[in-house]
Each structure stands twice: as structure tokens, then as C-alpha cells.
Write a protein that binds this ligand. Sequence first.
Ligand SMILES: C[S@@+](CC[C@H](N)C(=O)[O-])C[C@H]1O[C@@H](n2cnc3c(N)ncnc32)[C@H](O)[C@@H]1O
Length: 329
Amino acid sequence: MKTDSRIYLLSLDHPEIGAEEVVALTRTALGKPPSCFQAGDLLMVQDSVSGLGQRLAYAKAVCKVVAEATPETLAASIKGIDWNRHIKGSFKAEIRRARNYMNAPVELSESELGAMLYENLESPSVSLENPDTTFTLFVAGEKLFLSLLEEKVPTDFMQRRPHLRPVMHPSSIHPRLARACVNLTGLLSGTIMDPFCGTGGILIEAGLLGFSIKGCDIKHRMIEACEKNLNHYNLKAELFVGDALAAELNADAIVTDIPYGRNTTLTMDAAELVNSFLSRETTAKRMVLMIPDTLQPEKIRYGNWLLEKQFTHYIHKSLSKRILVLKKN
Ligand SMILES: C[S@@+](CC[C@H](N)C(=O)[O-])C[C@H]1O[C@@H](n2cnc3c(N)ncnc32)[C@H](O)[C@@H]1O
């Protein structure tokens, strides 16, 4: 497989989740962990794969690295590259510094940078509004990356927010978080199951990413609502009414949001529900579980699951979720 270095410009809303989405998906594509360097909202992946940008949730853009430099070698690096090979049509040059990171001073303005590229091109044309090629100089500490914009990450989640679906339920998570959780499994294809599927927030994102989808909910009306919502996006799923603590859990990965609070049916204490669920037999090798962050971690019994990563995600002033990324032991 051909690999190149890429910079993933992460969303400041949650750069840690954004970075792990990229790492998990790249690890699956390569069959080994990628070599990475993170500086604030910039993630540089040395052996990256193409096309991830269209799947990601907490990222803004993907850029291909043409060369690396330091503040001292920058001018020579720019002059040493034949930019006619890389810059097609009109171009724009920009400088981006890693956010919340100690960056080296780079005594070069965007217009000076643009002028250096301009001199190097056979038939240069500049467009600041609508360039064919965007050249970005990323500054990450002492490391500088000369790169070209490859993909903008789609932001169409907003059109899929719960209140814009045929059936709305207040417990449904934001599509961006749902998509991120699907990506955190690291799965690129296969079947994703949500055994507490509600009105289908997770299943919609998994379906749109091309997975086969399966859902179960204890309430008949939730399954009906879920089917209506999936139809709205032309998605088909295997849905059934059932108890997640008794139903068959046959899938490659489970992605779910454990029910809690007044908008869901809680038949037992949250810790008991999580522990009973984690002790279930399943074919899934990966699981991404959202739980309320009020549930104390020491109360969780992982059984056959290994906790690989965990994140906290703010939802609103009285609720944050802990996202547990689990792997079968
Ligand atoms: C937090 S909601 C799911 C929201 C969904 N993830 C979304 O984003 O649209 C939890 C759902 O779990 C269901 N539920 C509660 N106990 C259950 C159980 N034992 N088995 C299956 N579903 C259950 C509730 O009916 C509710 O619809």
C-alpha cells in the first residue's frame, strides 16, 4: 500500500477524539499502528492513507506533506522544490500555527511565502478566494510542514441533527459524536450494532459510512421511530424489539450509548446495567460505549474487555459523557 505523510487539522471542539479517529482508522488500513506526531490541533501521520477525510468527525481538513523543514531551513526548502509539479492552476499560500502549542517564531508573512512560490512557478496565478491549490505552511513547535490541501472534511452533520429527523427524541446524540464513536472502533467495513438504538442516531451515521447496521431497543415505539429515521436517509437495518441484556449481539463492533436519565427507560442502576452489558457474550471484537461521567470508573467491571482509550465529552451543563474504547481481550 502506498503511504504518504499527511497533516490532519483537527477540530478544536475535541482534538483528542479527532486524533484517535485518524489513528484507529489508519491502524486498521495499515495493519499496524501509524507513526504520528501531535501538536495541539495538528496531527502529522507519517504513514497515512488517502481518503479518510470523508469519514472523519472531529477534523477540518487533510493536507499532504510535500516537505519538512525547520525555521532555519525553510527558505532553502521552498527554493529547492519544483512547485510546478505540485501547484496546479491558481494558488493561495497560508501559514497555520498549531493551536495551544509552543510554536517557533517564523519571520515570514503569508504574502512573502506566496511571493517565494510565485517566483518558482512557470505560469503563476493567485486566487485568494477560490484557489485550485491551497499551500499551507504548518508550524508545530520547531517543526515546519510544507503541505497541500487534499480534502476538506464534510460538515453536513448539522443537517442531520435529531430535531431535523422525522422522529425526534431528546436522548439522541449529536451526529458528529455518533460518527466519531463509529470511527473510534477503527472498523473500515463490516457490521455495527447498537443494542440500545433508540431513534437511531448512531445507526444513521454508521449506515452513511457504509456499514451494515443492526439495532435493538426494548421499546416497540423506538424501533418504529428508528425505522422511520433510517428510511429518511435511505438506510436499511436489521432492527428488532428486545432487551440488550438478553438479545444476540452478533456484529463486528458495538457502538452504543447506555441509557440513563429521565429521557430513557432505566430498569436498574447505571453501573449494574453497564456491568451486565459488558459481561455479555458477543462476536464483536471492538466496542465503543458512552456512559454518563457521573458513573465512577472504579464501579465498572470490564470482564473480557480491555479499556484502550477513554475520553470525556461535554454535552450540556448537567451532562458529560465518558467514551470508553474497548477491545476484546
Ligand atoms: C440513550 S437512548 C439511545 C439513543 C441513541 N443512541 C441515539 O443517539 O439516537 C437509550 C435507549 O435504550 C433503550 N433501552 C433501555 N433499556 C434497554 C434494554 N435493556 N435493552 C434495550 N434497549 C433499552 C431505551 O428505550 C432508549 O431508547
